[in-house]
Ligand binder design. Structure first.
Ligand code: SAM
Length: 365
């Protein structure tokens, strides 16, 4: 018996989506195409009850439980041989990491990946929340679509606030688990798409604003420039994209000699404590080590022949290791994060260049 196509809930999506293989528009599958797609799907692909098809009728894409799978490796070729569309190994491993570990919850109900970036110390957590919130200062105030590139689960209230005045938040990620969780946090106004930032399944000039935090350094190093170009391509003229990146090298990087000397006492204490407690000195970095990342430095960014000018501003000039090592819960030194935040607001461009995490703000004229 042939499946009856389920009407896709957000038909307006058609206006912004595009086929990741042909680059052409997408439409809903007809009943005949749906049966054909089901007949041709691989054994691993569950039966489709809804989906998209490229305007030329060539490639079908499943929509599972309201989440569109728009990567070339999800395509079902409806006539003729499929092109080689396998996901690159590094991307597959990142996808597998987030599906099976990063976006699973620990015993305390916190996502494993999120636990790496939150801290029980209130002065650190307040600082991190203010950093997450400052992205919104640069995004458009309202519009039809805010694209959240590699959205993850949109787990923080500050993240959720970015799209509060937009009609829709478009969450795209390689991880299906991330999108299922994002749907819980964003709700019905969200559009959920499994997609690759280096080949975004969206039309040119179609999205009012783009945010992307802590993602592009998980893209294979030789495709990161493509990801920046893709984000610019889909941005509407007059729109703004804010990308939070990570500079590999900063003047106060952990591996510089002065930092090694400064950090030696705390490293010794941590190792002794870990030995006493019988576990690894940094269990969170053990989890991180399985995850591909490659951060370039600012020189790399400036050498790219990008079709845009970017404004570099500070998102956070320090990393969590620094904060955890130097910021106590109370006493005068607990004010270090507030002082850093003040400096970042006072000297955003300087600290965006020499600090750890820049906000790369791109406006499309
Ligand atoms: C460190 S998490 C950041 C998530 C979220 N933006 C945040 O700040 O919490 C990186 C996310 O990027 C996604 N990702 C990595 N490579 C991707 C790619 N090529 N295309 C789309 N998403 C990707 C991962 O699945 C993961 O959800």
């Amino acid at each position: 018996m042939s499946a009856i196509p389920v009407e896709l809930t957000t038909m307006t999506e058609h206006a912004i989506l595009r086929c990741p293989i042909s680059g052409g528009p997408l439409r809903s599958l007809t009943a005949t195409e749906l049966s054909e797609a089901n007949a041709r799907r691989s054994h691993e692909t569950p039966e489709l009850s809804a989906g998209y098809v490229s305007a030329d009728g060539q490639y079908a894409y499943p929509v599972d439980d309201g989440i569109s799978r728009l990567t070339p490796d999800s395509a079902i070729s409806l006539n003729g041989a499929a092109p080689d569309t396998a996901l690159r190994a590094e991307k597959e491993s990142v996808q597998a990491f987030y599906d099976s570990k990063g976006w699973q919850k620990d015993e305390e109900g916190v996502f494993v990946d999120t636990a790496l970036f939150i801290d029980p110390n209130p002065s650190i957590e307040t600082y991190m929340a203010r950093c997450r919130a400052r992205v919104q200062d640069h995004l458009p105030k309202s519009g039809s679509y805010l694209l959240d590139v590699a959205s993850g689960p949109v787990q923080f209230p500050e993240y959720q606030a970015y799209s509060e005045s937009f009609a829709h938040r478009v969450c795209v990620d390689l991880s299906m688990v991330a999108l299922q969780e994002a749907r819980r946090n964003v709700g019905e106004d969200g559009v959920y798409v499994v997609g690759d930032v280096t080949n975004l399944p969206f039309q040119d000039d179609s999205l009012d604003g783009v945010s992307s935090l802590h993602t592009l350094y998980h893209v294979p190093h030789d495709e990161q420039a493509d990801a920046f170009r893709e984000i610019y391509r889909v941005l509407k003229p007059g729109g703004t994209a804010v990308i939070v990146y990570f500079w590999q090298t900063t003047p106060w990087r952990n591996r510089s000699l002065p930092m090694k000397i400064a950090l030696l006492p705390s490293r010794v204490v941590r190792r002794v404590l870990a030995a006493v407690r019988g576990r690894s000195a940094n269990s969170s970095s053990a989890a991180k080590n399985e995850l591909y990342y490659h951060a370039h430095d600012i020189q790399w960014f400036e050498q790219q022949n990008f079709p845009f000018d970017a404004d570099l501003r500070s998102w956070s000039s320090v990393n969590m290791d620094f904060l955890r090592k130097f910021v106590p819960k109370s006493g005068p030194l607990s004010r270090i994060p507030a002082a850093i935040f003040w400096a970042e607001e006072r000297f955003p461009s300087l600290l965006g260049r020499i600090g750890r995490y820049p906000m790369i703000v791109i406006r499309k004229p």
